[in-house]
Design a binder for this molecule. Structure first.
Ligand code: PBG
Length: 357
């Protein structure tokens, strides 16, 4: 060991720190005084120094809804994920609540005959999401219900907004989104989650809810939502893969940008968002960290359908050890600064945490 190097660098750093001239580095003696493996030697010492933890309170579990009674339809591109009829969704919510999951997010598979240019079904107080919200709030009062605000499960063209001449209309769409949020809140929804990426939607919805006296409705904005290829299995699940014309790059963000994500978040906070979200998740952990460090507000990450399907496919083929990579992927969100994780794996993860595996 080079003692000169050790003492000089250690001392300099310590002195600089004491003098307040250098706060960037921690004084650190070199090897062998410092052996980082000491703390890693046993399960008890590893547990003691663990910096981040996962618990079932971190999860938001998305559920796909479909018509029927006691029906469950597999989504082939998402192994282990089914579309559920409302009564089965209520049972699933009860199971989630029992495991300590705080929130479920509802996404509908709308019958193709109900998909129209104007997305009228989104405003129907008897649509799948509103019916399921009422049933869950009545039968499982302890769980939070999150409803997505966007028109894509209801439009004949699969876009999140109204379309005219190939253009997605911003301000005209806002009026419909306000009406969609209203029927969901009236059905009992606790969290309104606009995922449409129209400009001004958070402020417009917040103003409408305040005017209606819905002061306690939480708005979680999909603030930095990227135009991503990782949403493909979700579009299978809600049935918009075949209907979608073109792509969503005129409203969702360019995957090359992060400064723009901060502008989106800043605007949403100013417009009245209570929490913000980054989506997709794992390929965008740098964005999660920047948002959390910059704004210090509740930040949710969405581990999207494509991320789920990739891990599931590899695990099912024996290419990855699913037991290891699932919990590792979820911990990565906590490490990046996420306060909550929306994941299709939530129920399985909560079960594993409960059983200690
Ligand atoms: C729709 C919406 C999408 C997702 C959540 N809400 C798809 C899209 O924007 O095309 C994707 C979720 C996932 O892939 O798991 N506004």
């Amino acid at each position: 060991m080079n003692s000169e190097l050790k003492s000089s660098s250690f001392l300099k750093e310590a002195q600089a720190k004491a003098a307040g001239t250098d706060t960037s580095t921690m004084p650190a003696p070199g090897f062998p005084a410092t052996r980082l493996r000491r703390n890693r030697q046993a399960d008890w010492s590893r547990r003691l120094m663990q910096e981040n933890t996962l618990s079932s309170s971190d999860f938001i579990w998305p559920i796909f809804l479909a018509d029927g009674e006691n029906t469950r339809t597999a989504v082939p591109s998402m192994p282990g994920v089914d579309r559920l009829s409302i009564n089965l969704a209520v049972a699933a919510a009860a199971e989630a609540a029992e495991l300590g999951i705080p929130v479920i997010a509802l996404f509908p598979y709308t019958d193709p005959s109900l998909r129209t240019e104007d997305a009228a079904e989104a405003l129907n107080p008897q649509n799948l999401v509103c019916q399921a919200t009422r049933a869950i709030k009545e039968q499982v009062p302890g769980i939070g219900v999150w409803c997505d605000v966007a028109l894509d499960p209801y439009t004949s063209h699969g876009h999140d907004g109204l379309m005219a001449g190939g253009e997605i209309l911003n301000d005209e769409t806002l009026e419909v989104l306000i009406a969609q949020a209203r029927v969901q809140v009236e059905a009992g929804c606790d969290i309104i989650a606009p995922s449409d990426m129209m400009d001004g939607r958070i402020g417009a919805i917040r103003a409408a809810l305040e005017a209606d006296g819905h002061r306690n409705t939480i708005i979680i904005s999909y603030s930095s939502k990227y135009a991503s290829g990782f949403y493909a299995p979700f579009r299978d699940a809600v049935g918009s893969s075949n209907t979608l014309k073109g792509d969503k790059r005129t409203y969702q963000m360019d995957p090359a940008n992060t400064d723009e994500a901060l502008r989106e978040v800043a605007l949403d906070i100013a417009e009245g968002a209570d929490m913000v979200m980054v989506k997709p998740g794992m390929p965008y952990l740098d964005v999660v960290r920047r948002v959390k460090d910059t704004f210090a507000l509740p930040t949710i990450a969405y581990q999207v359908s494509g991320e789920y399907s990739m891990l599931m496919a590899a695990a099912e083929n024996g290419w990855l050890d699913g037991d290891k990579v699932w919990m590792e992927s979820l911990m990565a969100f906590k490490r990046a600064g996420a306060d909550g994780i929306l994941t299709y794996y939530a129920l399985a993860a909560a079960k594993r945490l409960k059983s200690g595996s």
